[in-house]
Design a binder for this molecule. Structure first.
Ligand code: SAM
Length: 330
């Protein structure tokens, strides 16, 4: 691949920007949202849509090709439909996707299709209604499932289901979740819990991918699926004859830093080079002070310069990541 302005010191081409459009969420997942009252980023400190679009256009000129819209919960932000549409009109982007908790999916499937987005990720950690209510704080499993079914019927594909594996919460259900890949063309992606921010879980609550794999292979042997260039960090597999896939995302057991192609734009306007490090560069402040497009491009480059060869996060308190996942976007 050719070098771009966003090729880092370790020759990784950072072409993927994950955009958190809000820190607000309509669920309170135990592994993501802290206990008690969560301080909200003041409205004025959230990046405006036109600012995000400007960052994306300058990013594309520098080498960004792919974006994911996330949050908080992106579907709670007012005007998200017209923003996604405008994002779809940015020349040079080859892939736009959305991560949602599914709460508002049913009523937004048509809007999502209308923007041209083809691929969505829906977070769903359990198929048990009571457990869902416990994990997310809201008894809305049926609503989320209806949203997934409507998205499926509408032809959105692939639908990826993000499952954070949590000791003591959904560890008895991993096989059931994996079985969805035998019934639907969904990509079931098991994610190792990352003990960051101030969540209500503990470092020891992660279930690592080898253990998940061992459990779900009760359903049959997993066969590797060849990766393609647009793939993220998931290691991909399939059960024989399955319409769907299984993926493992292993930030803890086998980090994928060497292949990392990501930058993140946080809801409050910082470029974050690594999910698992709090070091960031402010982009909103300089933009609001009237900096030029070249200055914005330089901020991207500065963030790229901060990208380390690998994260040093192990769950050890000495390497704490204090920012909340909801503001970073996952
Ligand atoms: N609200 C949307 C959702 O729930 O999908 C988007 C934001 S959420 C922060 C993005 C992803 O991060 C979700 O799939 C969620 O399960 C995952 N996530 C959040 N906290 C996590 C943690 N501590 N470890 C691993 N994954 C986490």
């Amino acid at each position: 691949m050719e070098k771009t302005a966003l090729t880092d010191n370790f020759n990784r081409h950072l072409e993927y920007l994950r955009i958190s459009v809000t820190d607000r969420c309509n669920l309170r997942c135990i592994y993501c949202v802290p206990k008690g009252i969560v301080p909200k980023v003041p409205h004025d400190d959230i990046m405006r849509y036109e600012e995000i679009l400007k960052v994306v256009k300058i990013g594309v000129a520098a080498g960004i090709r792919k974006v994911r819209v996330t949050g908080g919960e992106p579907l709670v932000r007012k005007g998200i439909g017209s923003f996604l549409k405008k994002l779809g009109e940015v020349d040079g982007l080859t892939d736009i996707s959305l991560t949602t908790n599914g709460y508002l999916l049913e009523k937004n499937v048509d809007m999502i299709k209308d923007t041209g987005i083809q691929r969505i990720n829906v977070s769903l950690d359990t198929l048990d209604r009571d457990k869902f209510a416990y994990i997310t704080g809201y008894d809305v499993f049926d609503k989320v499932w209806r949203g997934i079914m409507k998205a499926h019927a509408s032809g959105l594909s692939p639908i990826k289901i993000n499952v954070v594996a949590l000791k003591g919460h959904n560890d008895q259900e991993l096989v059931k979740m994996a079985r969805l890949s035998l019934e639907y063309p969904f990509h079931i992606r098991f994610i190792e819990y990352m003990p960051i921010g101030n969540s209500r879980m503990h470092a020891g609550d992660s279930i690592l991918a080898p253990e998940i794999r061992k459990q779900i292979e009760a359903l049959g042997k997993l066969m590797p699926v060849e990766k393609n260039q647009m793939d993220g960090p998931a290691e991909r597999f399939r059960f024989e004859g399955a319409p769907g896939e299984i993926g493992f995302i292993c930030p803890m057991s086998r980090h994928f830093c060497a292949a990392c192609n990501r930058l993140r734009l946080t809801a409050d306007g910082h470029i974050r080079p690594c999910l698992l490090s709090d070091r960031m560069v402010d982009i909103k402040g300089p933009m609001r002070a009237g900096c030029s497009d070249d200055d914005v491009a330089d901020i991207f480059k500065k963030a790229v310069g901060y990208k380390q060869d690998a994260h040093h996060f192990s769950g050890d308190p000495a390497f704490k990541v204090t920012d909340q996942m909801s503001g970073i976007g996952g």
